[in-house]
Design a binder for this molecule. Structure first.
Ligand code: NAD
Length: 431
């Protein structure tokens, strides 16, 4: 934990106190100062609208009943229905979900989407559940959340540990409880066959590359021929690698839980994608040299894309980062102290709330298509994604240069400014 402001939470709010939420609040405070935000607005933005904690009883395969803890934090409805993923992970707790819900609020705002922010999660290791147990858990969680979600209320999506199948079960449960009428707009990230959109699977990785191209252009580096390093080779990292490679960049190193691989001439990404399909991990890819994840982060390169976990660049390694540009595919991969160090060292950060926004942007498209019952082709999805993410980048970049602040604070300031205007227009009920 990098912030030690003991006044951040009162005794009655201690259930919300956690490192991720504290970081988000610190960023909010700084952004608020930059735009001279109304203190009443800022005070409201520091706390979620509604936190829901649910005990979820689940029939296990051995016929016993286990009770899991689930959460949904509906942070802000100012700009539209709540939107944010559902995470299944053993470390999920209320402060983490609240911090992620705050980040979703700022992300949706800076991206200009007509959506509020939320996040959900269940404290469970999903790899230890059978398919039936995971379905039972999801259906009961969806049922308990029933009164609070819906296409005009709150629209969940997949996150760590959940996928399109989880969303299909969620959508089916909600639909059954609405009299059996299909309600595809209640969740996004669904399979195509039941109202999912084309282009969702690769959206976050493609958005990372659109953002990287803009950042490189601003810094006078040609993307084609540049040297890229990517931490994480899951959904986000592997697609970011694929699209970087297709645009002529040299992806010189990638990593996953098994470790990192390096080739100074550029890895053969199409072959690596095939290799990972068979071997599940990047380790041992022919023609590559093994590195540790720590070494990968400190490689000399043009672009470093952290696409794995939180807090990978922190006070311990920020001085050793040699990349010219960091594009945050993951949520919160750079700590607040590291952000300041990198900014001081002239290393440009394209922050997570913009750089990994591709996922929620295309989720928004899915919701729109479900409501219209009219579906777009993939080219249209990709083009509209490029327009939205580029605009958010350009607006924040302008602010970053005008005010001489780091890009994270600039992005947050744009987000807070939009929320402030909307909150003041809507006013406080009752006044
Ligand atoms: P994923 O589970 O598909 O992939 C995660 C990857 O990180 C895997 O390759 C895993 O092996 C690797 N990894 C795990 N621990 C590691 C470590 N210690 N060192 C190096 N690599 C490690 O997850 P994802 O969907 O690609 O998400 C990655 C990040 O992006 C998360 O922070 C997530 O919240 C964020 N994100 C994802 C999306 C999306 O649409 N998938 C959208 C926005 C943000």
């Amino acid at each position: 934990m990098e912030t030690h402001d003991n006044d951040m939470f009162t005794h009655g709010e201690s259930h919300l106190d956690g490192p991720l939420y504290r970081n988000a609040l610190q960023n909010l405070e700084e952004a608020g100062k930059v735009i001279n935000c109304d203190p009443n607005v800022l005070a409201r933005l520091k706390r979620p609208r509604r936190t829901i904690a649910i005990s979820i009883p689940v029939r296990m395969d051995d016929y016993s009943v286990k009770v899991f803890q689930g959460f949904r934090v509906q942070y802000s409805p100012t700009l539209g229905p709540y939107k944010g993923g559902i995470r299944y992970h053993e470390k999920v707790d209320l402060p983490e979900v609240a911090g992620l819900a705050a980040l979703m609020t700022f992300k949706n705002s800076v991206l200009g989407l007509p959506l509020g922010g939320a996040k959900g999660g269940v404290s469970v290791d999903p790899t230890k559940l059978s398919r039936t147990e995971k379905q039972n858990l999801t259906r009961r969680f969806a049922s308990e959340l029933g009164p609070f979600v819906g296409p005009t209320k709150d629209i969940p999506a997949p996150d760590v540990g959940t996928d399109s199948q989880t969303m299909a079960w969620f959508m089916d449960t909600y639909s059954q409880e609405q009299g059996g009428f299909a309600q595809p707009g209640v969740v996004t990230g669904k399979p195509i066959e039941i109202g999912g959109t084309l282009g969702r699977t690769h959206a976050t990785g493609l958005g990372v590359v659109f953002t990287a191209e803009k950042a490189f252009e601003k810094k006078g580096i040609r993307f084609s021929g540049s040297r890229i390093v990517i931490q994480g080779f899951g959904n986000v990292g592997s697609h970011a690698a694929k699209f970087s490679h297709e645009r002529g960049a040299k992806v010189i190193a990638v990593s996953d839980v098994s470790g990192a691989i390096f080739n100074g001439d550029g890895l053969d990404i199409p072959e690596l994608l095939e290799y990972v399909k068979t071997n599940k991990v990047v380790k041992g890819f022919p023609g590559s040299q093994a590195l540790t994840n720590a070494e990968l982060l400190e490689l000399d390169c043009d672009g470093l894309f952290p696409c794995a976990l939180e807090n990978q660049i922190d006070a311990h390694n920020a001085e050793n980062i040699k990349a010219k540009i960091v594009v945050e595919g993951a949520n919160g991969p750079t700590s607040n102290i590291a952000t300041k160090i990198l900014h001081k060292r002239g290393i440009f950060i394209a922050p997570d709330i913009i750089a990994n926004g591709g996922g929620v942007i295309v989720s928004y498209f899915e919701w729109v298509q479900d409501i219209m019952s009219f579906f777009w082709d993939e080219e249209e999805v990709n083009l509209k994604l490029a327009t939205i993410i580029t605009k958010a980048f350009d607006n924040s970049y302008r602010f970053h240069t005008e005010k001489n602040i780091d890009m994270r604070t600039a992005g947050m300031a744009m987000a807070v400014q939009r929320l402030e205007k909307a909150m003041l227009l809507r006013g406080l009920y009752p006044r």
